[in-house]
Structure formats: structure tokens, C-alpha cells
Design a protein around this ligand. Structure first.
Ligand code: NAD
Length: 484
């Protein structure tokens, strides 16, 4: 039985309070997680504060960048360990984790090391009222101790997307991974130790949200800022905690993303793109599509084509050849998703495909598998059209005009992402301007350049991560004005 320990001040720390970590593919216990209490969180904050004043705080940018490159190289050297840990925790297809989760997890350290090494700050010269001259320039210093609160859907990737820039900017971090996926954050502790990141710079505390490590950490007065990816409702709670001490937050929250397909789109590419955006990672991607709008002339043909794709997805564990749909993360999440499947029927949906659980054999019958599901025929007010489900499902509705589909796509409190399919360049630009989201993909989905801004509008987030945008949160920009 594996034990997932906290990582505090360079040491792995056990506690006497543990909880089970279960594999989503068969619901078997694969490890025990050592829950951090107030004492462990206090110790992690103390270590992180001390590290800011120690060797790490004095280190040159060049040396810091070298260390972050070493972190990325060591993750790549231990690629198979990280991959195995992520697969055990999430049950996602091996092809997905080996192409996205682990390589991107490593790349995040190099990308932000390069940005911090090369980014300029502003400088202005001006005339002063007395006829003299003054010059001002910006200096960036670290924010301090950063709490990093992570979800379970892309554990290593989303965690390093925060830890990479935080460390590159000279901060120290305390990571609270999701209680569902403790493994890769713990493994990263070994990597940090091995490459010589000073003790206290990277810490991990395990546990839940309320009355556990998450709450203790976000309420801790020794934490200077909180970066969080997860549900919008959790974001509201964390924001209230951050109000005490007026501490900054960076939030990547939920979504109810629209996918829009115009009649002039390249049909096959649009079907393939929407298949990915609806069903990749078993629908557990914040950027995923749960509302599809298809222009009326191609509506019936598109529904039939997406149905065929959904039914063609092989359901199974990570290593099954050709697997396209893994399990949901937990029994609890499966209940939630199946609850929405029932609600869709109760609200009068036409079930195009799916709507239940697949017939799994042997140990996998206990896994958290659900069918890829497509509905049509619901009004825009239906629960499954309004609320984030975070499962492999979508509702498809027809539309006639650009104005109509813009109104439907924007009629939500969320504003994370969209994927739009059209071959009309003018229309693509008009749509990109009109849609209220942080991320707008045209004829693509989840295509990422790590130098660009990433984040959500409206209820989907606060702030932007990626490229130089990450510096806004992870540094304090000081202006120095010199009169001469
Ligand atoms: P969640 O909000 O339930 O949990 C996220 C993390 O917050 C976990 O580590 C959890 O333990 C912690 N937490 C919960 N309550 C807390 C509290 N009161 N104080 C401090 N910490 C607390 O989210 P989840 O179920 O892990 O992830 C799925 C959600 O994340 C979806 O809504 C999805 O859209 C969103 N998400 C958004 C993005 C994005 O980039 N916008 C990316 C991935 C996931």
C-alpha cells in the first residue's frame, strides 16, 4: 500500500490521520493519504516564509532558472513514474496523459524560466515641473508565500502551470493537491529535493477543503496570495478567506462552454473537433464543450455524425488499446453526472445516445465509467444546458443566425472558452469579438501557446495566467522614480 506524505521544509511528513486514495478504474484502494492538520500547515507556512529570507531569496535569476530547467529535466527523466502516478490517480487514457499531462507538466518549468529570464520592465524619462528630469523604472519582486490549490482533472499540468511561474518569479509555494489526486504533487517533492531546490521553497500539504488543509492554508495569515483552479463555488469561499488581510487571488474556475458550428464549416473537421471538446478526458476538462449549437442546414447530419463518434469511443482503463473514454474521477462525481443524465430525461430531452452506464466486465464493473451522452430538444433554460456537469455529455441545439447564436452562447454566468467552426474569415473575427469568454478557439480546440493569456471571463475566473501575464499575480511591480 502506497503512503502519500506531506512535503514540508524538504522532508516527507506523515500524520496520524489518513484517508483512502481509490483508483477510478476499479474503485480499489491504491494508497493512504496523510492529511495535514493546522500544525502541518503552520509548519509549511513557516518553512516557506523562512525560505524567502534564505538562499532562495538571495539567488540570482540565472541560478533560479538553471534549477527550474533541472526540475523539468528530472520530471522527464522520471517520466514513467509520473505517468504511472497520474494514470493510477485519474484512470485517463495513457495516450492522453503521455502526450499532454506529463510533457506539459515538465514544460511549464522551462517556459516560465525563459519568460522570467527575458522579460523587460518599463522605463520612462520625463521633464519635472522645475525644469529638471526624472527617470522611472519598474522592479519586480516576488509576491511571497503563495498557496496553490489544485483540482483533480489535470493534476500535474494544472499544478505546475502555477508552481512554474511562482518559483520562476522567486516565490515559495505550498501546494494543496486535490484529495482525489495526491500522487504527482508528492512525487514532485522528490524531484525538488534531488535537483537542489532549497528546503521550504516547494511544500505540499494533503487534505480536503473545509475544515482541512485547504481551509487552513487559505485562511493562514502567513500566506501572501492564493492561486486556485476549481469550481466557481469553491472560488467564492476562498475569495472570502482571502479578504482577510486583503490578499490577492488568481482564479481559474468553472465553465459551461459553447461550441458553435456554422453550415460553412469543414464538416469532418468540425465533427472531430467537437468530439474532442465534448469527450476528451471523459468530459472532465474545464475548457470542454457541454452546449453545442449547430446551424440548421447541417443540424441533423451533424447530430448523426457526433452520435457515431460518441458511440465509437472505446470505454475502458488507461492501457486498453484504442481506449477513448476513461472513467470519471470518483464515485461521488459519477453520482453527480448520472444525476444530470436523469434530470435531462425528466426535463424532456431526446437522448440521442448514451444516458447511462456502460456494461463493464470484471473489476472494471466497479469503476466510475459512464456513457458518452448526447441530448437534443431541450430549451435553453434546462438544467443540463445551464449548469456545469463536467462529464462526457452535451446538448445540441439548432440556430439560424449569428446574432441568435451569440445571444445563446453568452446567456450564461460563465465565460471560460468557446470553439467555433467556420470557413468564413469575417464571421470568425465577428464571432471572436462578440463572444464573452477568455479563450476563443476558431477551427481548433485546446490548442495552446504557453506564452498567451489563459483564463476566464465573468464567473469563470479572475486574472490571466500564461506568458508575461502570470507575472501580474506572482510579482509585486514596484515603481522607482529618480529625480536628477
Ligand atoms: P473543487 O473546487 O471541488 O476543488 C478544487 C480544490 O479546492 C481541491 O484541492 C479542494 O480540496 C479544494 N477546496 C475545496 N473547498 C475548499 C475550501 N473551502 N477552501 C480551500 N480549498 C478548498 O474543484 P474540482 O472538483 O477539484 O475540479 C473541477 C472544477 O474545476 C470544475 O468546476 C472545473 O471547471 C474547474 N476547472 C477549471 C479550470 C480552469 O482553468 N478554469 C481548469 C480545471 C478545472
Amino acid at each position: 500500500m502506497k503512503h502519500f506524505l506531506n512535503f514540508i521544509n524538504g522532508d516527507f511528513v506523515a500524520t496520524d490521520k489518513t484517508f483512502e486514495n481509490r483508483a477510478p478504474v476499479n474503485n480499489q484502494v491504491i494508497g493512504l493519504v496523510h492529511e495535514a492538520g493546522q500544525a502541518e500547515v503552520d509548519a509549511a507556512v513557516k518553512a516557506a516564509r523562512a525560505a524567502l529570507k534564505g538562499e532562495w531569496g538571495q539567488m540570482s535569476v540565472v541560478k533560479r532558472v538553471e534549477l527550474l530547467y533541472a526540475v523539468a529535466d528530472e520530471i522527464n527523466r522520471r517520466f514513467d513514474d509520473f505517468l504511472a502516478a497520474e494514470l493510477a490517480d485519474t484512470g485517463k487514457p495513457r495516450s492522453l496523459a503521455s502526450h499532454i499531462d506529463i510533457p506539459r507538466g515538465a514544460a511549464n518549468f522551462k517556459v516560465f524560466a525563459d519568460i522570467v529570464k527575458n522579460v523587460p520592465t518599463e522605463s520612462f524619462q520625463m521633464a519635472t515641473p522645475d525644469g529638471g528630469t526624472a527617470v522611472s523604472y519598474g522592479v519586480r519582486s516576488p509576491l511571497g508565500v503563495v498557496a496553490v490549490i489544485c483540482p483533480w482533472n489535470l493534476p500535474l499540468l494544472l499544478m505546475t502551470w502555477k508552481v512554474g511561474p511562482a518559483l520562476a518569479c522567486g516565490n515559495t509555494v505550498i501546494v494543496k493537491p486535490s484529495e482525489e489526486t495526491p500522487a504527482t504533487a508528492t512525487l514532485l517533492g522528490e524531484v525538488m529535493k534531488k535537483v537542489g531546490i532549497p528546503d521550504g521553497v516547494y511544500n505540499v500539504v494533503h487534505g480536503f477543503g473545509p475544515n482541512s488543509a485547504g481551509e487552513f492554508l487559505t485562511k493562514h495569515p502567513g500566506v501572501n496570495g492564493i492561486t486556485f483552479t476549481g469550481e466557481t463555488r469553491t472560488g467564492e469561499t476562498i475569495m472570502a478567506a482571502a479578504a482577510k488581510g486583503v490578499r490577492p487571488v488568481s482564479f481559474e474556475l468553472g465553465g459551461k462552454n459553447a461550441g458553435i458550428v456554422f453550415a460553412d464549416a469543414d464538416f469532418d473537421k468540425a465533427v472531430a473537433g467537437i468530439t474532442r471538446s465534448c469527450f476528451e478526458n471523459c468530459g472532465q476538462v474545464c475548457l470542454g464543450t457541454e452546449r453545442v449549437y449547430v446551424q440548421r442546414p447541417i443540424f441533423d447530419r451533424f447530430v448523426a455524425a457526433l452520435k457515431e463518434k460518441a458511440e465509437g469511443l472505446k470505454v475502458g482503463p488507461s492501457d486498453m488499446p484504442g481506449v477513448g473514454l476513461g472513467p470519471l474521477i470518483s464515485a461521488e462525481h459519477k453520482q453527480k453526472v448520472l444525476g444530470y443524465y436523469a434530470k435531462a430525461k425528466a426535463e424532456g430531452a431526446m437522448v440521442v445516445t448514451g444516458g447511462g452506464v456502460p456494461d463493464m466486465q470484471g473489476e472494471f464493473a466497479n469503476g466510475h465509467f459512464v456513457q458518452a451522452t448526447i441530448w437534443t430538444g431541450l430549451p435553453e433554460t434546462a438544467s443540463v444546458v445551464r449548469e456545469e456537469i463536467f462529464g462526457p455529455c452535451c446538448h445540441i441545439a439548432p440556430f439560424d443566425t449569428e446574432a441568435e447564436v451569440i445571444a445563446m452562447a453568452n446567456a450564461t454566468d460563465y465565460g471560460l472558452a468557446t470553439t467555433i467552426w467556420t470557413q468564413d474569415l469575417g464571421r470568425a473575427h465577428r464571432m471572436a469579438n462578440a463572444i464573452e469568454v477568455g479563450l476563443c478557439w476558431i477551427n481548433s480546440w485546446f490548442l495552446r501557446d504557453l506564452r498567451t493569456a489563459f483564463g476566464g471571463a465573468k464567473g469563470s475566473g479572475i486574472g490571466r495566467e500564461g506568458g508575461v501575464h502570470s507575472l501580474e499575480f506572482y510579482t509585486e511591480l514596484r515603481n522607482v522614480m529618480i529625480k536628477y
